[in-house]
Write a protein that binds this ligand. Sequence first.
Ligand code: ADP
Ligand code: ZN
Ligand code: ZN
Length: 765
Amino acid sequence: MSAYKRLLLLYDLAKPFHFVVSPILTASPQTILRVALPTPLRRFFDYLPLKDTSLQSYEPGMRVLAPFGKRSLVGIITEIASHSTIESSKLKPIKRLLDTEPTITHNILSLCLWAIQYYHHSPGEVFQNALPLALRNEDISALEFVTTWQTTTKGQLISYAQLSRAPKQAEALHVLRDHPNGLTQTVLSGLNIKPTALTALKGKGLAETHEQLNNYPNWAKESPLKEPPLQLNKEQQQATDTIIKKQDSVLTPFLLEGVTGSGKTEVYLQSIEQCLRKGKQALILVPEIGLTPQTMHRFQQRFNAPVLAIHSNLTANQRLNTWRQSKAGSAAIIIGTRSALFTPMLNPGIIIVDEEHDLSYKQQDGFRYSARDMAIVRAKIENIPVILGTATPSFESLHNAHNGRYQHLKLTRRAGGAKLPTFQIADLRKAKLNNGLCETLISSIKHELKHNNQILFFINRRGYSPVLMCHDCGWNANCVMCDARMTYHRQPAHLHCHHCDFQNRIPNHCPECNSTDLRAIGQGTERIDENLSTLFPKTRIIRIDRDTTRKKQALENQLKQVNSGHPCILIGTQMLAKGHHFPHVTLVVIADIDSGLFASDFRATEHTAQLILQVAGRAGREEKNGKVILQSHNPEHPVIQSLVHQNYNTFCKYAMPERKLTGLPPFGHIAILRAEATHANIALQFLESLVEQFNLNNTSTAEAWGPVPALMVRKAGRFRYQVMLRSSERIALHQAITALLPQIEALPNNRKVRWHLDIDPVHID
Ligand code: ADP
Ligand code: ZN
Ligand code: ZN
């Protein structure tokens, strides 16, 4: 089989494979440790084992401390090889073997090796993503040891009478004798045995301590339920049956497309229940950290089994704890964001990717992987089912469902009798505005408040206004580092570039003409907050954006206020669009969607449609009917029309053919090479020579488009250009990239540019 066939392509992954070994130069057989080290280099490094350890101690997936230049790095053994391309006299031994069993389990190793090839990324950085933060430290063990107390032989034999003057010690000895396998300090404290008594026994040679592997508790397989499950409706039942039935046969990923509020969670819960009954674990990916407490709560309510979280808002220790328990098989349900994908499971049962369309599943820097796509690969490696759930499938997933790679399950109605919201367009053309809002909107809000309902006001722009302008000469407050305007913030008052984080004071007068008539143009969340407070002085207004949720617990407290049910107006950005269940919201206002309709990214309309339906989906989720008002200057735009009068399906039928025509995903495969430099010409010339080289290679049916400037050419003081590589065949694209990558190092100006490769990019700006 050729190397390219082995470059197992998404969805075609048949079984785990091993990395292609480099050509053999030296003949003498010896044991070589092939190691992935945390460097940006796209290669593995060969080392020798330690002289005084048995070769049986080494297994792929174990961590080692290896000398690298003047430093020592924690790396992962990916292969035990018998030959190296490096002369054996030049090979160095590792410094230390850090594990006694693989930290990166066999299946996670296969997953990482797959990703190294598919994303053409540096092995070390891929494994860095798979390793819990704490375990990048050479002194932290992957296993958890606990100290247990036991009696010594002497302690077993002496009579209690000898301890009659020390009743506390006698009591402690009594407890220890009752537990010959030993007890941990924590358990002993629970039994009211003080450490002082134990130390005293130890001093007398009656008790001793042992370091033992922590034994995590397991859940009761036969009774995993804490509350009875809901009675499923017909569609839910059908979906659940299909998923459960398939668990033991040939596995196709499931695309669970269910309108907002259709009860996808209940389908997840009942599928997971079947796993727990077999003693198998479930991994659930959610797009946003903010959603994990809510999801955790839902699962903890249902199940009598450990539900653990893993995401970047937890401390390194908390994450390590979840990781250890999952690897040991005692965490029944693991819930986390993107990187949770790499959590090992002893008895994997199912993977669920909730809100699969969400862009946050794609990492946007360093190792640019898609956790959704890799979840499919992982499920295949583990041989378990995977569910991609959403109300608004990505075009990629829809395409895969249409051509039979995924099994399409549909929930077309809201569960429990709630209705889907109705849409209304507020035409902003020539509308008279009062505090920035049109009259239709104001009277609708009044109406809802009168009925003690809640309103969600969605605007995807934080700060007070996106522009600060001089009314006399037209000067704008621009960022000195970017081709972008500074956002005007009032509390605290400052100008802030949301692209590079540069901050500045607000000038008292125009730097161009000295006029003091500086005006805030446009609205962000802060200004909407101010305007709504003016219009509805008696109503509680809760603003949820990155600025108001910086403090720990802030978001949770705000959500608690909303869920208490008091009438209020909720103002929010993207953060609120996803997955939240607000039972009392009846009106959703989408303040500005026009920018999304005319963006240059070919996926802009898809993302806008998804966002509209997701935000709209927060309305009327229980008894009260919901309504959505869209403000637009382009009410006739086909995207708006298809969503308002039809549904997501109609919108897709309108938008998909365009992709087919242009050969863009999901009908073609793309990668982007981005380059940036302190001088525009350097970045541009670098990419021009790259395209030249690409065309010279002429290896395949892949084509290069560009270079073109990024939408915002200058960002954080650097000039940015990009080239798109495209092919209708995935294999051809990857062959072309494999040929090109080593040549890039040799291009002129290679050292003066920063460049990276983005496979299956989701943002093209
Ligand atoms: P989704 O994730 O599809 O947007 P949810 O799972 O949050 O929807 O469900 C929406 C609401 O419907 C929840 O309050 C849930 O308890 C309720 N629900 C789900 N399934 C049923 C059912 N079969 N019968 C009654 N209520 C249900
Ligand atoms: Zn001016
Ligand atoms: Zn900037």
